[in-house]
Design a protein around this ligand. Structure first.
Ligand code: PLP
Length: 379
């Protein structure tokens, strides 16, 4: 059986999630209906909303359910113009759900650079906001993800949030990768908005949420039945929402420590090999993520070789079309083209064991040793 090491793409469904979803499907009913089955569905949604709000340190009324992280990010960016933004500052390492939405908004986009370790440059942000011309530039609108999907590097969201609040701007955090892996405190982040997705922490695909601070403006994009207090029309995904809450509840307190121990042991075996570079090694990272490049060994070839050996990993930047694009994130960190083209991501989670990672390291090192003389000869 394949050893699954691609939890940042999707973390497999937890049994608690499946059970909660089956219970919700069995309850039936539309949460907007006033009869008994409708009220039962409404109770499931509101119980989940309260649990999710508690998990992220916010109020239940500030949770808007969406179809996932992409929609939550798009909802925020689509609100920027009406909120008075004439320029968007987004970090160089944002997911396409933020970056492409920003480009599509037609608003001028500025890129917040990152250090070679992949951490957003807070001094740059401070200087930029100090020189902000509110008349010309409108309301400052800044997007910085909580943790990067490729490298796992954790971002200084609280520091950024403080700067944006001081500049009387609006601050968005894509917390999709951090949620359920390490604690994300929405109130403490000082963000106005945060995007979440259930399937990155053992919940179902196709459901997520937008967290909104009470002073955060939101432009309605979905018009219809007025669900989610008019902020996102459409019948709620009752089973998905129940599964999302159950997945978060199933996150064990010691998960992060166990993941960090697995990551560190794996890194130790790989980092000293010639031609290998670990990305973000000097920064605070998600405990479950290891991103490395093996110069000259194309990422897609590595992914195929490991797949044949029974391990599911991803190229540095996995994308929905199945094609592997060169990693923008690593380029922003100063990677050469060759390094960016040879980066892979190993991301593990609640299904992973020490034995999985030991066997992966054995297989990868064996294959690298086999292919390396040829890489050296052609490179
Ligand atoms: N944001 C980040 C950082 C992600 O890693 C992803 C998914 O890979 C998304 C947003 C999109 O989330 P979803 O798949 O729920 O649309």
């Amino acid at each position: 059986m394949t050893v699954y090491l691609d939890h940042n793409a999707t973390s497999p469904l937890r049994s608690q999630t499946r059970e909660a979803m089956v219970r919700a499907y069995d309850a039936g009913g539309n949460p907007s209906s006033v009869h008994g089955p409708g009220r039962a569905a409404r109770a499931i949604v509101e119980t989940a909303r309260a649990a999710i709000a508690k998990h992220f340190v916010t109020r239940a009324e500030d949770v808007v359910f969406t179809s996932g992280g992409t929609e939550a990010n798009n909802l925020v960016i689509a609100s920027a113009r009406a909120a008075g933004a004439k320029r968007l500052i987004i970090s160089a390492i944002e997911h396409d759900a933020v970056r492409d939405a920003a480009t599509a908004s037609g608003i001028q986009v500025e890129i917040l650079p990152v250090t070679p370790d992949g951490v957003a440059d807070i001094v740059w942000l401070e200087n930029r906001l100090t020189g902000w011309d509110r008349d010309a530039d409108g309301t400052p609108f800044v997007a910085l993800m909580a943790a990067n999907n490729e490298t796992g590097v954790v971002q200084p969201v609280e520091a950024a949030g403080r700067l944006v609040r001081e500049a009387e701007g609006l601050f968005h955090v894509d917390a999709v990768q951090m949620a359920g892996k390490i604690a994300f405190d929405f109130a403490g982040s000082l963000a106005h908005y945060a995007a979440l997705s259930a399937h990155k922490c053992g919940g179902p695909q196709g459901v997520g949420a937008l967290l909104l601070a009470c002073d955060a403006p939101l432009s309605r994009q979905m018009h219809g039945g007025g669900q989610e207090t008019g902020r996102r029309s459409g019948t709620e995904n009752v089973a998905g929402i129940a599964g999302f809450a159950a997945a978060l509840e199933a996150v064990e307190a010691d998960d992060a420590a166990r993941m960090a121990a697995l990551r560190d042991a794996l890194q130790l075996r790989l980092e000293s090999l010639e031609g290998v570079r670990i990305w973000g090694a000097g920064a605070d990272r998600l405990p479950n993520t290891l991103c490395l490049s093996a110069e000259g060994w194309a990422a897609e070839i590595q992914v195929i070789a490991m797949d044949l050996a029974g391990f599911a990993i991803s190229a540095g930047s996995a994308c929905s079309s199945g094609k592997v694009k060169k990693s923008r994130v690593l380029e922003a960190m100063g990677a050469s083209e060759a390094q960016a083209a040879s980066a892979i991501r190993i991301s593990f989670g609640w299904t992973s064991t020490q034995d999985d990672l030991d066997r992966f390291a054995d297989a990868w090192i064996r294959e690298y040793a086999r292919i390396r003389p040829r890489l050296a000869a052609t490179g």
